[in-house]
Structure formats: structure tokens, C-alpha cells
Design a protein around this ligand. Structure first.
Ligand code: CUA
Length: 318
């Protein structure tokens, strides 16, 4: 419709998943087109005048022009009007982005090295996946348990830092069904680039069904609970569980009952207590070939039941 809508071209920008995304793209398209026009006028004018007034003989002299009030007024006034317009336009969009709607569906998201922990109001927890109903105001309440992360959904054109020790928030209203990228866009350590999730927009009924899983979770077998915790605590960012591959930390695949060689040459049997100690005091013994101080302690973050669930899960990785 509008002449500056070139930024809408699919190849140009990510899918527009919200109304705000369309507005952001319109403003962006306007800036792009006006900048192009200004660029052509300034550079083109420069090249034209260089050519037009090139030196033709040794006593060439231009006329002495001290000023031109009308021209000077126009080239100051027109850009001023454009700049003020862009400022007002930008402010209008930003204000909509930042004014949290009342009655929004709230979802808590915790950023941590290196995953997004997502918790819904009914206690249902997932990792690296946010599911929301379509056409509903959603408020994401963010915080971090370690360093600054940033919650970024390119298709919604929204981004917000997750800061340790305080809450920040953003909101959106998705108007397209589908799956969208969720990135961490603040450099947060070794696996920052792997801190990727997805945001799924589903129908109201599918969303309610999705949340019901939260009720069933309490009856999971111990190993399944451990598997879930392993995901929620982001253990998989650093430890492989289905192959002997080395990631940031050692693989846990088929380790149970075998001996691990430590960096001081000693050997420790990979048993229940070794798993427990590695979770609570990860730097007490370091597996040979791995750096010290990389794994954070989970002391105080897991209760005995959760520890048992994790031990049960890890010892059965075959
Ligand atoms: Cu979290 Cu980058």
C-alpha cells in the first residue's frame, strides 16, 4: 500500500509475527528509502557539480556567491521536518512496545548459562520453548540466574535484556500461527551461540492442552523426572548423553560403573556418589583434559529428590 513498504519483502526481513513488527518494518522502510534519496541527491549533486564546474582554462573563476537564503532555509527545514517526523513515529511505536497491557498472560522466563527456562503460572516448566496462544497479549517476565542474557524474537521485532537480580519485561501479541526463532542476543559465555530456543504460536485449545502436561508431570517415574531436570537445568548445553562426544564438559554416555581418570592421574569410579558430588562440588575433582572452574555448582539449587532423579537418569544413559 505505502510506497516505503519495500521492507516487507520476505527475503528482506523475518516473517512479521505481530502488528508491531509491521509498524517497525514500515518505519525501517521509510528510513531506508529517505536515506537512499538523500544519498543520491548529495552524492549525485556532488559528482554533477564537480563535472559541471571542472577547470576549463587557466584563468577560470567562479562567481562569488555569499549565500542563498531560500535554498539554505529549504535544506535545513525539510530535513528537520523529516527528523521530527521520524522521532514522533519512532516514539509512537516504542511507546506501544513498552506499555505493558493489563490482563496479559504472564510467562516467567529465566535466562541462564546457556538456556531459557520457561515457567507457566500453573507450574509447568519447559526449557528453550515458549508456547503462546494466538491473538492474546503475552507478557514475558524475565530475569537471569547468572549473567546478562537478552531475549530476542526477530519475527516479533522485540528484544529485552534478562538481568540478574531484577525483573525486566516485554510483551507481544502474536497474530500468526507457527514456530519462530528465539535467540540470546547478549554475549554470555562459551555457549552463547547455542542459547537458542523456539517460540510456538498455537490456537487457544492447543495452548490449554499444552499446559495440561503440567498436571501429569508429578507422576513421572524418577528417571523421567531426572531427564526433565537435566533439560531444565541446561546440563545438555555442556554434556552429551547419547554419544561419547566431548562438549564443554565430558560426555555422560555409558559412564556408569566405569572409572574416570582425573587430572591428577587418580581414578574414580563413576557411581551414584560420584555423580552427586560432581553436581554439588564440580571442582573438587576435574576429569583429565577438562578445565577447572567451568561447571557451576548446583549446591542449594536442587533438593534431595531432584538429585536422586538426576542420578537415576544419568546412571541409565546407555
Ligand atoms: Cu545467553 Cu548469550
Amino acid at each position: 500500500m505505502m510506497w516505503f513498504n519495500i521492507a516487507k519483502a520476505q527475503s528482506f526481513m523475518p516473517t512479521q509475527g505481530t502488528e508491531i513488527a509491521k509498524q517497525v518494518d514500515n518505519l525501517y522502510g521509510f528510513l531506508l528509502v529517505t536515506s537512499l534519496i538523500a544519498c543520491v541527491l548529495v552524492i549525485g549533486g556532488m559528482i554533477y557539480f564537480v563535472w559541471k564546474y571542472r577547470r576549463k582554462s587557466s584563468n577560470d573563476k567562479t562567481a562569488y556567491i555569499s549565500h542563498n537564503t531560500a535554498l539554505e532555509f529549504l535544506w535545513s527545514f525539510i530535513p528537520l521536518v523529516i527528523f521530527l517526523g521520524v522521532f514522533g513515529w519512532g516514539w509512537y511505536i516504542y511507546h506501544q512496545m513498552r506499555a505493558m497491557p493489563k490482563n496479559a498472560l504472564e510467562i516467567n522466563v529465566l535466562g541462564k548459562q546457556w538456556a531459557w527456562e520457561v515457567e507457566y503460572k500453573n507450574g509447568f516448566k519447559t526449557v528453550n520453548e515458549v508456547v503462546v496462544p494466538i491473538n492474546q497479549d503475552v507478557k514475558i517476565l524475565l530475569t537471569s540466574s547468572d549473567v546478562i542474557h537478552s531475549f530476542f524474537v526477530p519475527s516479533f521485532r522485540i528484544k529485552q535484556d534478562a538481568v540478574p537480580g531484577r525483573y525486566t519485561a516485554l510483551w507481544f501479541k502474536a497474530d500468526k500461527l507457527g514456530e519462530f526463532h528465539l535467540f540470546c542476543t547478549e554475549y554470555c559465555g562459551t555457549s552463547h551461540s547455542g542459547m537458542i530456543g523456539k517460540l510456538r504460536v498455537v490456537s487457544r485449545e492447543d495452548f490449554d492442552k499444552y499446559l495440561e502436561q503440567g498436571q501429569e508431570e508429578r507422576f513421572l517415574p524418577l528417571g523421567e523426572k531426572g531427564k526433565k531436570l537435566f533439560a531444565v537445568k541446561a546440563c545438555a548445553s555442556c554434556h552429551a548423553v547419547d554419544s561419547p562426544a566431548t562438549m564443554v564438559g565430558p560426555s555422560l554416555f555409558q559412564k556408569f560403573g566405569h572409572e574416570e581418570v582425573m587430572d591428577d592421574g587418580s581414578k574414580i569410579v563413576f557411581d551414584e556418589n560420584y555423580i552427586r558430588e560432581s553436581i554439588l562440588e564440580p571442582n573438587k575433582h576435574i576429569v583429565k583434559g577438562f578445565p577447572k572452574g567451568v561447571m557451576p555448582t548446583f549446591q542449594g539449587q536442587l533438593n534431595e529428590n531432584e538429585l536422586s532423579a538426576l542420578v537415576e537418569y544419568i546412571k541409565n544413559l546407555k
